[in-house]
Structures are given as structure tokens and as C-alpha cells.
Design a protein around this ligand. Structure first.
Ligand code: S3P
Length: 162
């Protein structure tokens, strides 16, 4: 059965998608971003939250993650995917890379115009991160800080782990 070379977890804006794509390209393997799979099937995540609520989204997200874990290559998960117990259970035994970064580095880099939640309340990122950090750490087989180094160096670090 195929299995991903690595699964990238971590908070919103830390670079899971950007780095995941580069790592997959470097290794010549497929890249799957579970957020993109959910959006392709159900439309924009903000609309899903508005129409069906967060719990419904988390259920669909978890089914999507479980399917992605049956595939290969590099898989990146949405920042909150680890909130679902089935997702946490399914990650056991996988190479799980927790991408982390100080709040200032994330907030300086992301486009706040595209993240209305954070634009109105920049402190939200750090609050959510503090809540979820223990979960990320418990699931991670490796932790990589994505800040303060050229992206290709961070890619090198992740490639060396898989
Ligand atoms: C979320 C993070 C997003 C996306 C959704 C919820 C979260 O993914 O799944 O908006 O709860 O942290 P990214 O981490 O890829 O931005």
C-alpha cells in the first residue's frame, strides 16, 4: 500500500503548502494539499463554514485527510485538521513534520487582506497556535522552524527527514 513520504502539519500561514510543493518537486513525487481537495469538492472554505458550520467542515476535512494518507508523496494538512480525533489516530506511524514559526514572522509574511479573521484580530493567530501547539508537538515525528532562513534551506531540511 502506498503511503506519504511526509505529512506536513502546523498553523495557518507557516508555509505548509508553499514548502510542501517545493519538497515534492525536489523529490519528484506528487503533492496533495487537503484544503485544496476540500475546496475542489465543496467550494471555498469560508463559504463551507458559513453554510454548514465548522463541525461539518472538520468531518469532510478528516475524510479527505484519511484518503490522502492512503496515497503517496507529500501531504499538507489544514492548520486545524489535527482537531479531529480520527485524523490524529490516522497520523500514528506516519512521518509527520510540524512546521512552526514565531507569530511575528507569520504575520509579517502573510497577506492579511486575504485573511479577514486575522486582519481584524492579529492576536488570534497566537491564541489559536498556543491552544494547538501541544497537539502538533504530540503528533510530530520532526519539528522544523520555517522562519529566518531562505526557503530553499528549509526545503533541504525537510527533504533530509523523509
Ligand atoms: C484552518 C486553517 C486553514 C483551513 C481553514 C481552517 C484552521 O488551512 O483549513 O481555513 O483552523 O487553522 P491552512 O492552515 O492551510 O491555512
Amino acid at each position: 500500500m502506498p503511503r506519504p513520504l511526509a505529512v506536513l502539519i502546523g498553523p495557518m500561514g507557516v508555509g505548509k503548502t508553499r514548502l510542501g510543493k517545493r519538497v515534492a518537486k525536489r523529490l519528484g513525487v506528487p503533492f496533495t494539499d487537503t484544503d485544496k481537495v476540500v475546496v475542489a469538492a465543496h467550494g471555498p472554505i469560508t463559504d463551507i463554514f458559513a453554510e454548514h458550520g465548522e463541525d461539518w467542515f472538520r468531518g469532510v476535512e478528516s475524510e479527505t485527510v484519511l484518503a490522502a494518507l492512503e496515497g503517496d508523496g507529500i501531504v499538507s494538512l489544514g492548520g486545524g485538521a489535527v482537531l479531529h480525533p480520527a485524523t490524529r489516530a490516522a497520523l500514528a506511524g506516519h512521518t509527520v513534520v510540524f512546521l512552526t514559526s514565531p507569530a511575528e514572522a507569520v504575520l509579517a509574511r502573510i497577506d492579511l487582506g486575504k485573511r479577514p479573521l486575522l486582519r481584524d484580530d492579529p492576536g488570534a493567530w497566537e491564541r489559536i497556535f498556543r491552544e494547538r501547539e501541544p497537539v502538533y508537538r504530540a503528533l510530530a515525528s520532526h519539528t522544523v522552524d520555517t522562519s529566518g532562513r531562505p526557503m530553499e534551506h528549509v526545503v533541504d531540511t525537510i527533504v533530509a527527514l523523509v
